[in-house]
Design a protein around this ligand. Structure first.
Ligand code: GDP
Ligand code: GDP
Length: 455
């Protein structure tokens, strides 16, 4: 979903995703980053990425970064829904986006929003002039035009489904040479593309102390920037040589100066920040680690598909460090099996000890989260796995796993084309996922794994 601020993208996002993930506001640019959600329209299921708050400025500021984020989203999307405001008419910003979309997008659907009743008719006519075909008249707020949107999407969905399933095996070899994105390093952190982290944990775990320590000891690149939600801010800092943007919520309501300490955040605020983070640092108080609240927070980060680093704080207070570390590792494995292999580091936010370990763990988790595995290697791996341990044959009919491909990164997502997918036991899925993790060295990231039925 692409469009200039205030055309109604968040409203449409909410309508399609059905959960109130996005924040709607009259002020332009309230929503500032990419948001993803599971969308549905009739029987169609898709991922909606809302690139709200796009600006035209091409520089290294927040706007520049948002534009690059959006371009990346456009490149990855199967279909771009370009939203314009039928009431406001076509602006220079709309034309600018139309130009980007014409160059980069695979498919564009033009939607003229706020056209409830017969409002905005002249804006709809202007929208024809963008050269992106006939605009759909919709009203995100009132739910009008969703049937037309559905009818436009269905043939595209069929087409992509067909491509993903049938063509993939045939183009295997070419795919590896051509579109295997292993050499795409654009996700690597840089001054203009800082690694986005959130530090979350129960009250008094030491979050504020840690963030202040990081900001205080390292070079602060940019001050508090108005964040993605009304109450949030982020700071961009050079953390041991890596530009990182640390999301904080409710931290600086009063637009405190950079030098002032960050205020405390609530757990709920922290959970919101998770959506905008690439890597989530779950900070534990080493005296009371892995309590219910910590487990919920870590699980939430996993469910949201973020890379996770567990940091046990207040390590300076610990007397018998080796013994304690063993206990922590054991508890971690037992209580958070879904985060198997995620890095566990010990730190002292107070003294700064262990911050280098934390830094390295964040970098590594981020790298794994962005990992793309070569399709050829994946399929070799699949045949080894199925030979070593063939899938069961329920009622004498053998399940065939035909082909595996990685459809997405951040976090890595894989699809296996198979027969009788409804008969595949969970234990067999786990065998494959654990194998993937181990054989392709992907600890500390959620892995999405689905089967697609091929009759
Ligand atoms: P975004 O910046 O593109 O995400 O835009 P928002 O979704 O925040 O919407 C901006 C404003 O337009 C809000 O005040 C919405 O209530 C309003 N809006 C969104 N969709 C419609 C619509 O279909 N009709 C009308 N009249 N207003 C809408
Ligand atoms: P928050 O609620 O998670 O933001 O926690 P704070 O940063 O406010 O820290 C809570 C308390 O723990 C404060 O009294 C801190 O001084 C203390 N604290 C934080 N980090 C450490 C640490 O590494 N070692 C010790 N000994 N105390 C710490």
């Amino acid at each position: 979903m692409v469009g200039r601020p205030n055309v109604g993208k968040s409203t449409l996002f909410n309508r399609l995703v059905g959960k109130r993930l996005a924040l709607v506001d009259d002020q332009p640019g309230v929503t500032r980053d990419l948001r993803e959600g599971q969308g549905r329209l009739g029987d169609l299921r898709f991922i909606v990425v809302d690139s709200a708050g796009l600006e035209m400025v091409e520089d290294d500021s927040l706007q520049g970064r948002m534009r690059r984020l959006t371009e990346r989203a456009v490149d990855e999307a199967d279909v771009c829904l370009f939203v314009v405001d039928a009431r406001a008419g076509i602006t220079a910003a709309d034309e600018y986006f139309a130009e980007i979309l014409r160059r980069r997008a695979k498919h564009v659907i033009l939607a003229a929003n706020k056209a409830e009743g017969r409002a905005g008719e002249s804006g709809v006519l202007e929208a024809y002039g963008l050269g992106l075909g006939e605009p759909l008249r919709i009203s995100a707020e009132h739910g009008e035009g969703m049937d037309d949107l559905y009818r436009t999407l269905v043939p595209l969905a069929d087409q992509f489904e067909a491509q993903n399933i049938q063509q993939a095996p045939v183009t295997d070899v070419e795919l590896d040479e051509e579109s295997d994105v292993e050499n795409d390093e654009s996700w690597r952190p840089s001054a203009t593309n800082p690694l986005q982290i959130a530090v979350i944990g129960r009250p008094n775990a030491g979050k504020s102390t840690l963030i202040n320590k990081i900001i205080g000891e390292d070079r602060l690149l940019t001050g508090p920037e108005a964040g993605i939600t009304r109450d949030s801010i982020s700071v961009t800092t050079d953390f041991m040589g890596t530009p990182m943007r640390i999301f904080d919520t409710a931290g600086m309501r009063k637009k405190a100066r950079v030098t002032e300490k960050l205020e405390k955040l609530s757990v709920a605020d922290g959970l919101r920040a998770v959506r905008f983070a690439e890597v989530v640092v779950v900070l534990l108080d080493v005296d009371i680690p892995f309590e219910q609240q910590d487990l919920r927070i870590a699980d939430f980060a996993e469910t949201e598909g973020r890379a996770v680093v567990i940091a046990a704080n207040k390590w300076d207070l610990e007397e018998d460090k080796p013994q304690k570390l063993n206990e922590l590792r054991e508890a971690f494995e037992r209580l958070l099996p879904q985060l198997r292999g995620a890095p566990l580091v010990t730190v002292s936010a107070k003294t700064g000890k262990g911050l280098d370990r934390l830094h390295n763990a964040i970098l590594r988790a981020h790298e794994v989260w962005n990992r793309r595995v070569n399709t050829g290697r994946l399929n070799q791996w699949l045949s080894v796995m199925t030979e070593a341990h063939p899938p069961p044959a329920p009622g004498g009919r053998r399940i065939r796993l035909r082909y595996i491909t990685q459809i997405k990164t951040r976090p890595p997502a894989f699809v296996v084309m198979a027969t009788h997918t409804d008969k595949i036991p969970d234990a067999y899925s786990r065998y494959l996922v654990n194998g993937l993790r181990q054989d392709f060295d992907m600890p500390g990231t959620p892995i999405r794994f689905t089967f697609r039925d091929q009759g």
